[in-house]
Design a protein around this ligand. Structure first.
Ligand code: ADP
Ligand code: MG
Length: 257
């Protein structure tokens, strides 16, 4: 069997006396679209923060392609091929859609201001390359027609596609999406799913937190469920649908979004 793209061993994180993530061990299969479900407060987003270097774990190890990346910073992980989107997209509202996408690699390498980065001639040459790449990525996520609009003008669903575009600037092997379909209308969700499946067909692995059970059941395999900081289930969609513990742990809180 191929090595898992991501391995967690005994990962834990407390917030004061509250254990948000409790001894999580998981292998994410290379090439999969893995779904991560669980009621609000289960620790899913915290787990993403631990995986992506945004929060240090109190215990445990994270390995990417077999190499230990525990406590590695987000920009380094982005460079190593791990990209993530946020549950609540936070684009630079007054910048254009194109500028937001162009900024993704720079934000990830620690450059936060457009000005200094573009000042020198080599940087201007790089800007042209980044612009071309950004336009290609925007075309892929069906936002090319909105490239010059302010990001603030995008709908909730379009902002999620913009987040995906920003992640794709890094050409990641592993893409973590935090509730990509939440608040997104069905036609844009369909576009999002098509893009996820197209990227997956090109070999990209996805780990997706999602409450939309149709989305998860139809497009994710395997499915992992968390409750109260722990993994309570791992299996196929069919196994998930027939699992009484999972129904209790998850469906009871499904409307609490
Ligand atoms: P989920 O994404 O599954 O809804 P979260 O990971 O966001 O859950 O939250 C898990 C628990 O950890 C919640 O009880 C939440 O209030 C708590 N929590 C998350 N982040 C913090 C933080 N930075 N400080 C304190 N408590 C937090
Ligand atoms: Mg969350």
């Amino acid at each position: 069997m191929a090595e898992p793209i991501l391995s967690l061993r005994g990962v834990a994180r407390d917030f004061d006396a509250f254990r948000a993530v409790d001894n999580v061990s998981l292998d994410i299969k290379t090439g999969s679209i893995t779904g991560l479900i669980g009621p609000n407060g289960a620790g899913k987003t915290t787990l993403f923060n631990l995986l992506t270097g945004m929060l240090p774990p109190d215990a445990g190890q994270v390995a990417l392609n077999g190499a230990d990346v525990t406590r590695v910073a987000p920009d380094k992980l982005f460079a190593l091929g791990m990209g993530r989107t946020f549950q609540i997209p936070r684009p630079f509202a007054r910048m254009s859609v194109l500028e937001n996408v162009m900024l993704a690699p720079m934000a990830q390498i620690g450059e936060h201001l457009l000005g200094p980065f573009f000042r020198s001639a080599p940087m201007r040459a790089q800007e042209t390359a980044i612009r071309e790449r950004a336009l290609g990525v925007l075309d892929f996520v069906t936002l090319a027609g909105l490239a010059d609009q302010a990001a603030a003008q995008l709908s909730g669903g379009q902002k999620k596609l913009l987040e995906l575009a920003r992640v794709l600037m890094g050409d990641p092997d592993l893409i973590l999406l935090d509730e990509p379909a939440a608040g997104v209308n069905p036609s844009l969700t369909k576009v999002l799913i098509e893009k996820i499946e197209a990227l997956n067909a090109r070999g990209k692995t996805f780990l997706i937190i999602e409450h939309d059970m149709d989305f998860v059941m139809q497009h994710c395999d395997p499915i992992i469920a968390m409750a109260e900081g722990r993994v309570v289930f791992e299996g196929t969609a069919q196994e998930a649908q027939n699992n009484p513990i999972l129904l209790d742990a998850y469906l009871g809180a499904q409307t609490d979004v």
